[in-house]
Design a protein around this ligand. Structure first.
Ligand SMILES: [Zn+2]
Length: 280
C-alpha cells in the first residue's frame, strides 16, 4: 500500500481500481474495493488494526471497484450515487459479475480463490446510502464532500477530502493507461473533468494509474479530444464505423495492470463511442 498523505492510503499497483482508505479519528472510510482477494483482505486487516471501519464509498458501479462489497456487508454502510444500482455488478463481455470475478481470481490471485464465497453466499451489497447531486459527510475530524460527476458512468462520483487535500475521482481519470470510454457520456465526462479542476487539492487518486496532481486533468481532457478528433477526421473522409474501427487506434498507452487482453475491446468501443457521439 502507498501512503498518499498522513491519513490516506491507496493501492495503485494491482489489477483493477485503486482501492483506498482514509483514516479518521472515528475509524476508516474505504473508497472502492480491490478486485484481488489477497489485496482486499490485506487492506481490511490493515484498517481493522487501527480501529473500526465506518463507511465504504463506491465511486462507480464497475466490477473492479465494487467486487469487494461482499466483505463489507454487515460491517458498515455503503455509500454511492442513487443511479448506481442500475448497472451495479455489470461486466464487459458475456460472463456475469460472479463468473467474471472467479475468472480473474483463477488467473491472477489463485492462492486466494478458496476465500471466494459460493454464488449463493456472495452478497452483491450495493449502496444503502445514496444521493443525487452532492453530499457532505463528517466522520470524526474529516469531511467527505461527495459529488456526482457523471460521464465515465452515469452514476460516477468523486470524493473530496479537504483536510487531506486529496480527491478520489474513480474512472473519470485514467493515468498513464488506456481511457475506457465504453460506458461514457462524452459531454458529461468533459464537464465533470472541468468541474474537478475547480476543487482545491494537491493529490488526485485516479481510478487507475499512479497518484497525480491537478495538472493531469488537462492531460486526460487532451486524450479524450484526441480520440474525438481522430474519429471526426475519419467521418470527414466518409469512413463508416467499421472503417473507423479498422483504421483508428491509440495503443501507445498500456491497458491498466493485468488487462492487456482488453486492448482491442478498448480501441473498438472508444471509436464506436466517439463515432456515435459525433453522428449524434
Ligand atoms: Zn470504470
Amino acid at each position: 500500500m502507498e501512503r498518499v498523505t498522513e491519513n490516506v492510503f491507496t493501492n495503485t499497483k494491482i489489477r483493477g481500481c485503486n482501492p483506498s482508505i482514509v483514516f479518521t479519528d472515528e475509524g476508516a472510510v474505504f473508497i472502492d474495493t480491490a478486485q484481488w482477494i489477497s489485496t482486499l483482505l490485506e487492506m481490511i486487516d490493515f484498517a481493522k488494526s487501527k480501529g473500526p471501519i465506518k463507511y465504504l464509498i463506491n465511486t462507480e458501479p464497475h466490477i473492479d471497484h465494487i467486487f469487494g462489497n461482499h466483505w463489507f456487508a454487515g460491517v458498515c454502510p455503503v455509500i454511492g450515487h442513487e443511479k448506481i444500482a442500475d448497472t451495479f455488478f455489470d461486466v464487459p463481455g458475456d460472463m456475469d459479475g460472479y463468473d467474471y470475478s472467479v475468472d480473474v481470481l483463477e488467473r491472477q490471485d489463485k492462492e486466494f480463490l478458496p476465500f471466494m464465497p459460493s454464488r449463493e453466499e456472495y452478497i452483491v451489497n450495493p449502496p444503502q446510502i445514496t444521493f443525487n447531486e452532492r453530499m457532505s459527510l463528517k466522520v470524526g475530524n474529516h469531511t467527505f464532500n461527495v459529488y456526482h460527476t457523471p460521464g465515465h458512468a452515469d452514476s460516477q462520483i468523486a470524493v473530496h477530502v479537504p483536510e487531506e487535500r486529496v480527491l478520489f475521482t474513480g474512472d473519470t481519470l485514467f493515468v498513464g493507461c488506456q481511457t475506457w470510454l465504453h460506458s461514457a457520456n462524452i459531454d458529461e465526462l468533459i464537464s465533470s473533468l472541468q468541474f474537478l479542476k475547480t476543487l482545491d487539492v494537491d493529490y488526485i487518486v485516479p481510478g487507475h494509474g499512479p497518484v497525480v496532481g491537478k495538472e493531469y486533468i488537462d492531460v486526460q481532457l487532451a486524450l479524450i479530444y484526441k480520440w474525438i478528433s481522430a474519429v471526426a477526421g475519419g467521418i470527414a473522409q466518409d469512413w463508416t464505423l467499421d472503417e473507423c474501427i479498422k483504421k483508428i487506434s491509440f495503443t501507445d498507452l498500456p491497458v491498466d495492470i493485468g488487462q492487456a487482453e482488453m486492448m482491442d475491446y478498448v480501441q473498438r468501443t472508444n471509436v464506436t463511442k466517439c463515432y456515435n457521439y459525433i453522428k449524434g
